[in-house]
Design a protein around this ligand. Structure first.
Ligand SMILES: Cc1cc2nc3c(=O)[nH]c(=O)nc-3n(C[C@H](O)[C@H](O)[C@H](O)COP(=O)(O)OP(=O)(O)OC[C@H]3O[C@@H](n4cnc5c(N)ncnc54)[C@H](O)[C@@H]3O)c2cc1C
Length: 678
């Protein structure tokens, strides 16, 4: 560690072989594997070569998010149902836009990483024979899902952190990433360091700037949760997408955000047993008065309505292909429709669904077979939803209690929220980005396609970290970097950053909070689960204008807290341009509704005569998916000179490798390190 004075600021410089940004389940796992691979290479002290940098050790989706039983998706471990990596990969690629090689690798890596988590101490349940018990989630034809309860990903992060602490690897907490340092251009471009502001020590005179130089950089900063206004991502989960774009990293499948029903007072997904308990769903006016059973106008019978509430449990993300003919995603549309009218929607676990005059009373015996048989098998035939929920999953009630909500006495307010991005940044089969020696893992990596089985995000994060660590140690080695020959380039960027902060304290600048509010409102309105080309084009124009406005006017941040918000607002504003550019491009290509979003079209399919498009006052109609686009991935790259600041292109899917060598030649490839070049 050394300190340098640049533009009147003391800057602390650190040097590691590999710097990991993000301390969620993905970042922690990669750090552990780096230590293991380094040890295998005979490196005595991996802790001197690896650092983790995070905005907050307790922050991020892994540590703060979950659902009724947060899911980990792995190859099936049932004693009597055979599964294979190829079958698993098919489930990942089924809805298109997903590379075959990374899907197969996520399949192959799933058990290795699952057992790593088991060994690390994550309490995945077994039966008396030691079988890890599985269940079915959305888009999952097998029972590959398992769970350690509502807080699976928190347990993962904590257990992995304990492993990491045994290696003594340093975690730099409260470090807000402000810039990714780059050198070179074109093919020789490299990201060589991460510039942060130490949030605990920064003040008006000392910005407390750190630079973490790395020969290798692993980005594991999670999804862009704060990009949306209606979101179930935990508060403070920003991500670094804008900074990554600026450094030259290429986005992939950014259009494929996932949305679903979640509680909003305490941000938590209401998937699985919350819905399978079949609570009453009702709305009120904005004051909490005028209760209405709004679903009843749209379903012909109590049986149909209650069965669809049940099915939302494992058909949880909003899915436009599950709207027609009264399927479960109609529930999301109706909840959204209600909130669009300024009403509030709640789940009430004290009462069964209440029907209209023409409907029968709720009766479990009248449910359609899928729902009825599930509840019978689970023994969840109690009288009220709260009793059924308590029977099936007590921890799902406790998690709300821990967060100040008593499901025994109050209803739960819900909305259709942004919850995950299946897209992210483009990576190859070793999770290396388009810039050599920069790796992207976890939710930041865009390895999922249009749809993904529930729980596969956590598996992808683990497998990606394993792959990146293996490649770094075996291909790039374990040495610390020497960037002395790049000093002028580095100094120039650092002084630009320091001087740039001056623009953040201009009295005529924009208010950082106002910028964030504008970005989030626009993304939820125009890049959310309902999209339309003209609207998205208008939103893109406004987003570009906002970002250019920031460049010209700067921010009016009055103190250090506001300075941090300004840094965040600037990169989120750029991220929103990248996302909207992708949305517009996909709509222009005639994509139609897919994944987790609807595309409106006047000549499309009518959802229901009473579900009205707010913009036109006419029934909402959507365009079906254009399946020909399934064979490509839409990539987005920052280009300052382009009018929309980004360029798009379609990339063909990489197939899954099919060559299988005999043991001896494969062993030789392994010994000679050829596996890293094929
Ligand atoms: C409500 C909810 C329920 C979910 N349920 C499931 C599920 O059941 N199964 C499943 O597979 N997936 C689920 N997911 C998705 C999954 O939880 C996430 O994709 C995964 O945890 C992301 O892990 P990660 O390590 O990539 O990022 P995160 O856990 O989000 O960690 C990001 C890290 O980066 C840091 N960071 C972020 N921004 C900055 C910045 N600007 N500067 C410095 N550091 C920064 C954070 O502080 C944190 O340390 C769910 C997500 C949500 C929101």
């Amino acid at each position: 560690m050394e300190t340098r004075q640049i533009a009147n600021q003391a800057i602390t410089l650190h040097r590691y072989n590999t710097v990991i940004v993000g301390a969620g389940a993905a970042g922690m796992n990669c750090a552990v594997h780096l230590c293991q691979f380094m040890e295998k290479k005979g490196i005595a002290n991996p802790k001197e070569r690896i650092a983790v940098v995070t905005a907050g050790l307790g922050l991020g989706a892994s540590r703060m998010s979950g659902s009724d039983k947060q899911t980990y998706y792995k190859i099936g471990t049932s004693p009597d149902v055979a599964d294979s990596a190829e079958e698993f990969a098919k489930s990942l690629t089924a809805a298109g836009c997903c590379h075959g090689d990374s899907a197969l690798i996520e399949a192959i890596g799933s058990l290795r990483e699952f057992y790593h988590l088991v060994q690390a101490g994550v309490p995945f349940p077994t039966d008396s024979t030691g079988t890890f018990i599985g269940y079915k989630t959305d888009h999952d034809p097998y029972e590959r899902a398992t769970s350690a309860g509502p807080k699976t990903s928190r347990f993962m992060s904590q257990c992995l952190q304990k492993q990491l602490e045994r290696y003594g690897v340093k975690i730099y907490d409260a470090q807000e990433v402000a810039h990714l340092l780059t050198v070179g251009t074109g093919e020789s471009k490299r990201i060589i360091g991460v510039v942060t502001v130490d949030k605990k020590n920064a003040d008006e005179s000392n910005r407390a700037i750190n630079v973490f130089f790395g020969a290798n950089i692993v980005l594991a900063a999670g999804g862009p949760g704060e990009l949306f206004k209606t979101t179930v991502y935990p508060k403070g989960q920003l991500g670094i997408h804008g900074l990554a774009f600026k450094a030259g990293l290429i986005g992939a499948n950014l259009t494929e955000s996932q949305f679903g029903l979640a509680s909003i007072k305490f941000r938590w997904n209401v998937s699985g047993t919350y819905m399978q308990a079949i609570p009453r769903i009702f709305s009120t006016d904005s004051e909490g008065k005028d209760e209405k059973e709004f679903l009843t106008d749209f379903f012909p019978s109590m049986s149909k309505m209650a069965t669809n509430i049940f099915l939302k449990g494992y058909q949880w993300p909003f899915d436009p292909q599950r709207i027609k003919n009264l399927q479960s995603s109609l529930v999301d549309i109706l909840v959204f429709n209600e909130t669009q009218k300024g009403r509030r929607v709640y789940m009430d676990f004290l009462h069964n669904p209440i029907g209209s005059d023409s409907m029968d009373e709720f009766d479990i015996d009248d449910l359609e077979p899928e729902a009825k048989e599930y509840l019978q098998k689970a023994g969840a035939l109690q009288k009220t939803p709260i009793e059924r929920l308590a029977h099936m999953n007590t921890p799902a009630i406790e998690i709300y209690k821990e967060n100040g909500i008593d499901l025994y006495s109050e209803p739960l307010e819900i909305a259709v929220c942004a919850q995950h991005n299946n897209g992210g940044f483009a990576v190859d089969k070793w999770w290396q980005s388009n810039i050599p020696q920069t790796f992207i893992i976890g939710e930041m990596a865009g390895t999922h396609g249009v749809k993904r089985p529930g729980g596969s995000a956590l598996n992808a994060g683990q497998t990606g970290g394993l792959r990146a660590a293996e490649y770094i140690v075996n291909v790039y080695g374990c040495e610390l970097p020497d960037y002395s020959d790049k000093q002028p380039e580095i100094d120039k960027q650092l002084s630009d950053i320091v001087n740039g902060f001056e623009l953040y304290t201009s009295s005529s600048g924009l208010e950082p909070e106002d910028v964030l509010e504008e970005v989030r409102s626009r993304m939820t309105a125009s890049g959310g689960h309902i999209r339309e080309l003209n609207d998205a084009q208008k939103a893109l124009k406004e987003a570009v204008k906002l970002y250019k406005g920031i460049q010209q006017k700067g921010f009016n941040s009055k103190d250090t807290k506001a300075l941090i918000t300004a840094i965040q607002a600037e990169h989120l504003a750029l991220a929103s341009v990248g996302y909207l550019k992708a949305v517009v491009e996909l709509l222009k290509q005639g994509s139609g509704a897919r994944g987790s979003h609807l595309v409106l079209s006047e000549d499309g399919i009518e959802i229901h005569p009473d579900v009205i498009d707010k913009a036109t006052g006419k029934p909402l109609r959507f365009k079906p998916e254009n399946e020909s686009l399934r064979s490509t991935v839409l990539q987005v790259e920052y280009d300052e000179s382009s009018p929309d600041l980004f360029q798009c292109r379609n990339i063909k899917l990489r197939p899954a490798p099919t060559d299988r060598k005999a043991f001896e030649p494969a062993w030789q490839d392994y010994r000679e390190g050829k596996i890293y070049s094929s």
